[in-house]
Design a protein around this ligand. Structure first.
Ligand code: NAP
Ligand code: ZN
Length: 369
């Protein structure tokens, strides 16, 4: 059985946010959820404020979202939105503020829920989340078209994903011009995150013809863009292709989920502070090689779409442009492998890794010093 659901209206291209004229339809009061600097610096916050003022929508700004946001900050934003009487939530930023805006939308509609109860509160007693508008400023996570809010939960020393059908954004406004100010490190790491989404989403039990085409096109767009960046070219077309590819890849994982690449990557982010895309880059080629036995033709099609002959050649496309340099100890490898094994993502794979196979892949990571 196959099911496909993606209710997000996507408006993408230069001027997508600035020229949007229907923001007033979401209600008379909004909360903007963003980080301290980049939403302002890239111009997205200013454009959205102008839209809201033009439409006569009252708004407040909650700009406390850090990278890999923690649940408690989203709770704080939700309580603020509730007090203000916000009718909708506008997330502006990369995956961190966009994911946070989804949790804020749940907390705002449910002042009876606090902190980690977000995950366990009975669905039938929960009000629907407020409507969400996502304004992306990175080209990577695809969060603008997914129902996932990936949040850090310090109590479990890991990240945990909240998801429900009402945490899909209602609208995604994606302007490639906002990504111009991204530091090179994040341009590369977010692109590789999107590439990982397309590849992982194609090699899972939940993969289907509804998502396979989007995944192949995302692979083609992102790999070509990475090739051009490597050759020193990062023009508007490359930015457009990265953004289109990342949204397509987000549409894929919204249906399929991800694999052990993400499960193991969360460890590198939590314990080594690696940006999300860099953490995934460490395990992506291993995952492709590992999946080959279960789906040789599918792997061949993905590699062909990326324009490479094998997984190591693909890795050569991105790894030299990344800051991958860390050490892992023996106990740590065992602990991370055990956690990644328990993570539902690992079980999603067409070929499911044993804990020993995960230990080998995590331990043998060739990016170690
Ligand atoms: P991010 O954590 O949102 O942002 C990374 C850094 O880039 C931040 O310092 C941010 O600054 C800065 N930045 C963002 N846009 C910028 C711009 N246009 N110009 C200059 N700087 C900019 O990065 P991300 O990779 O997009 O998101 C990663 C998060 O998304 C992780 O928590 C990950 O788990 C999650 N994720 C979610 C999904 C999903 O489906 N929901 C999928 C994959 C990953 P500020 O701090 O000032 O904003
Ligand atoms: Zn990701």
């Amino acid at each position: 059985m196959v099911s496909f659901y993606n209710p997000v209206r996507v408006v993408s291209g230069v001027g997508a946010c600035k020229s949007f004229t229907e923001i007033g339809k979401f209600g008379r009061k909004a909360i903007i959820v963003c980080g301290k600097n980049s939403a302002r610096a890239c111009g997205a916050l200013g454009d959205m404020e102008a839209l809201l003022q033009e439409a006569g929508v009252e708004y407040i700004i909650f700009d406390k979202i850090m990278q890999n946001p923690v649940v408690s900050v989203c709770d704080e934003g939700g309580k603020l939105a509730y007090k203000f009487g916000a009718a909708f939530v506008i997330g502006i930023g990369g995956g961190s503020p966009l994911d946070a805006s989804k949790a804020v939308a749940v907390f705002a509609a449910n002042p009876q829920i606090s902190g980690n109860a977000l995950y366990d509160y009975p669905l039938e007693k929960r009000n629907r989340a407020l409507p969400i508008v996502a304004v992306g400023t990175t080209a990577g996570t695809g969060s603008e078209v997914t129902q996932y809010a990936v949040l850090t939960v310090p109590e479990i020393e890991n990240k945990r994903t909240y998801r429900d059908t009402d945490t899909f954004p209602n609208l995604a406004l994606m302007d490639p011009a906002y990504t111009y100010s991204l530091p090179r490190r994040f341009t590369i790491s977010t692109a590789v995150d999107a590439l990982a989404h397309a590849i992982e989403g194609s090699l899972l039990k939940s993969s289907s013809p509804y998502t396979d085409g989007a995944a192949l096109e995302a692979c083609r767009l992102i790999s070509n863009a990475l090739r051009q960046i490597k050759e020193g070219k990062l023009d508007e077309q490359v930015r457009v292709d990265l953004l289109t590819g990342s949204t397509l890849a987000g549409q894929v994982i919204a249906q399929t989920g991800t694999s052990f690449v993400h499960a193991a990557g969360y460890m590198l982010t939590y314990f080594r502070n690696l940006p999300h895309g860099e953490a995934n880059a460490v395990f992506l080629a291993d995952f492709i090689e590992f999946s080959r036995k279960a789906a040789p033709e599918r792997v061949a099609a993905l590699l062909a779409a990326c324009g490479v002959k094998n997984a190591r050649e693909l890795e050569e496309l991105y790894a030299p442009m990344m800051e991958l340099d860390f050490e892992l100890g023996g106990d740590e490898v065992k602990k991370w492998a055990a956690i990644a094994f328990e993570n539902k993502n690992n079980g999603n794979g067409l070929r499911v890794a044993t804990v020993e196979e995960l230990e080998a892949m995590i331990g043998e990571s060739k990016f170690r010093k």
